[in-house]
Ligand binder design. Sequence first.
Ligand code: PEP
Ligand code: CO
Length: 485
Amino acid sequence: MPPKIPMRSPIRALYGSTCRRRPTLPAFAALSGPSPTLEAVREWTPTSWRALPADQQPDWPDEAVLEQTLKQLSALPPLVFAGEARQLTSSLAEVAEGRAFMLQAGDCAESFDDFTADSIRDKLKVILQMAVVLTYGSGVPVVKVGRIAGQFAKPRSSPTERIGDEDFPSFRGHIVNDLVATASGRAANPERLLTAYHQSASTLNLLRAFAKGGFADLREVHTWNQEFVATSAEGRRYEAIASEIERALRFMKACGIDVETAALHQVDFYTSHEALLLGYEEALTRQDSLTGAWYDCSAHMLWIGERTRAVDRAHVEFLSGVGNPIGVKLGPAAIPEDVVAVCDRLDPERTPGRLTLISRMGSGRVRDALGPLIRAVRDAGHPVAWVCDPMHGNTFTSPSGRKTRHFDDVLSEIETFFSVCRAEGAWPGGVHVELTGDDVTECLGGSEEILEGHLDVRYTTTCDPRLNARQSIDLAFRVAELLRA
Ligand code: PEP
Ligand code: CO
């Protein structure tokens, strides 16, 4: 794995190899005297990002309170374990090598206000349903990764937002401030970092119970179909697959095949989020006592957003040193040299599964923009997984002022992504989507045909519009067809 174990670092010397907590030394504290360039001498530590410019960080009103909160966070237990992150890396290596498909899905931004067992369960249901449709339809194993249990922080195009006649700080996700547009609501509040940690811990606890405790058992395949989905065309199509799976399980059992294996009764479900707030990520970064490597234990997988992927800045520096699998979002402005530079920096060892490149070009741009990137990355010898985020390049504002996306654009970007990958000899390795298990009306189109006039009916997202459960399952059927083609 790429994590550079800081063998000679001052921090290693101070804490020794069994250190679990992040150190609190300022970056480069022990570097002194005349030296070659910083680049030549420095080593990664969990704090080394602090010496570089960090984009998209909130304007915290009191740095001392922030640091105090981060110190508190650094004393709390890790949310995930290094071994789990390594297991995900192995599964993503299968994706990179064309033997598996990744489904990464969940909210644009998790909310402190919509935090119930039902909403977590329903999101998991849709993801499990999509995975079943994809696996059954294509015969390819599906690696399931939620945008969940930590997906709170949002990058913004502008630091302020005009509401009425007033400018307010932009909403940056519940981990930072509130959607309510008042001066106090929009002030960045470090206490929210702790709330986000605790909500992530509870969410993860429930997800682990669902994944391993019987709910995700393939014998429950029918019960994942929610009532409002089951009555739709795609819900009925799902029911048909579920019945075939049930029959197949009975058949296998009748033939004397052991169907009591864990593979049929449990799933591996991983968590991920955008590693945006570097103080928070640093506070949850711990050294694995088994290997000595550092892991960001806030989630199994972290990704770098389109706005923070510059190779010489803080986000890439921070993620270069943790052992988790890393995603990098690539928008239409990404140029081959920059993408190769970021791959070199994040994965100098070229380890399959370490890097997932998430193309989010927009349906009109992907045909021209993606090919040169695939070629450059391959020529540089990086064994990445290529995944399509068909959401973030296809957002527009409806005449009524709602941020939305059209199902047809989402599907069209995925279709073109498949066709470009195939033309370039690359494996179209997955999809990254924003969805909810609820019956929302946030994205237009789909077989139930959500129209502009419906957007106001159930528009509950705190950030970007999400596919509802029916649209998500519909999408899974279309992607399974593409995989089969
Ligand atoms: C997101 O995934 O919600 C997001 C902001 O993505 P991007 O960085 O691709 O714009
Ligand atoms: Co989003």
